[in-house]
Design a protein around this ligand. Sequence first.
Ligand code: NAD
Length: 492
Amino acid sequence: MNYTLQPKTQQFLEQTQKMLIGGEWCEGKETFKTLNPANGEVLVDIPLASKSDVDDAVIAARKVFHEVWANFPPAQRSALLWKLSDLMERDKQILVELETLDNGKPLGKAEYDVTGAINHLRYYAGWATKIEGSTIPVNFPNTFAYTKREPLGVVGLIVPWNFPLMIAMWKLAPALACGNTVLLKPAEQTPLTALYLGKLIQEADFPAGVVNILTGPGSPTGEAITMHTDIDKVSFTGSTAVGRKIMEAAAKSNLKKVSLELGGKSPNVVFADADMENVMAGVHWSSFYNTGQECTLGSRLYVQQPIYEQVVENLSKSAEQLSIGAGLSNPDLGPMISEAQMNRVMEYMRLGKEEGAELITGGKRCEGDLANGYFLSPTIFTHQNNNLRIVKEEIFGPVVAVSSFKSIEDVIEKANDTEYGLAAAVWTKDIQKAFKYVNAVQAGTVWVNGYDYFDAAVPFGGYKASGMGKEMGKSAIELYTQEKSVWIGGLG
Ligand code: NAD
């Protein structure tokens, strides 16, 4: 692999890493290490934010919220967000390289994520000047009623490792556009792009304390945020198990508002009349994208019987052709995020076999040149039992469970037989069938003849145990504001 990092990326990695609190760069009393998952080597030491660091950040964020940010003219808020997006564009390749090193994802996929983050920021820069209330006809004589949307105050943004910068921006952009101040906590596995973003936030000249970046694990850093009594809201993306803890912490502390984007086990349904070329391209990526570390992964694939064997055979051939390697060599698939995640997925591979599913391809750790990193081969199981653990539980790795179905009624029942409801897809040329599935499936997003379309303008979020509250689009404005109803009497 002959990739040479940008000099600025190299410089950033050689610096002592610091957190951003109240506009100052601070070292932590303790540190932790972030690793390169392609080879298990330490990239840098990262400060570990303690409870008292979180307290300091909240004090700074509260002060600047009251004194400056809540009354900052919307056009100026918008201009600052645009300025930040331009700086991200200028330093795009540095962000891409840091994401690839820290998360493992291929350079091309990291570039897609960074571009997505920039577009997201620009979309919400536009919203900063368009947050409106309404006037409401009421039945009292000589009165007037209207609503206005106000920022919540200080919000905590807790982010996972699978799309570190992009998911941070799904939260940061609308939170700031709406006039909140924030504490951003990246995942402990992938803090680098958030810390680099902090540098750009300083360069853009945001008022000190509007954005605080606290690095550290769930305990103590995440817990200090969720338990804090002067934080008004926590927006969280991550596992369903931690999502439950966050709701509990909100209830125990100050009943802060909570929005959650959680796990998934998305049903991907292929009817026999679908366009086979389109299906194969889509199913291939929906099964293995981001090495399966994707909440919307089409990890349950249901194929109608007449074409079932052909789809399994084609998918197996294409899985075996995927290139696997370090992200800097820009392969199709990078490593798993960590040894722990790799072992967790390998346990599911073992379990699939033990439970009687048929292993078609994959099912093992990659060896040879890749033995030092956390690489797994793309894995296909076939089965006819919706109760297997590999069919029920989120694996979060490159593992797809495929089974056949006969009728639309049969497959709708199977698709909905899950605690999750994040996303779903259907492939067919028959519009009647497509709509029947769209209307019956319990999922927050449904794709027809496509997969993983995302746009800042289209709401995204889960049904059932996949979350609460929708990010993106106008929905995120509702997520980061509160509505005040105002009555004016005595107008007669
Ligand atoms: P995780 O829940 O372990 O961690 C997510 C974040 O929460 C990290 O920043 C972590 O430090 C923090 N955290 C952990 N424990 C905490 C606690 N007790 N209090 C406060 N914060 C805490 O999840 P993960 O392993 O990082 O990510 C994988 C999971 O995320 C998968 O289940 C996946 O489906 C889900 N995910 C969902 C979406 C979505 O949009 N629905 C997107 C990406 C990932």
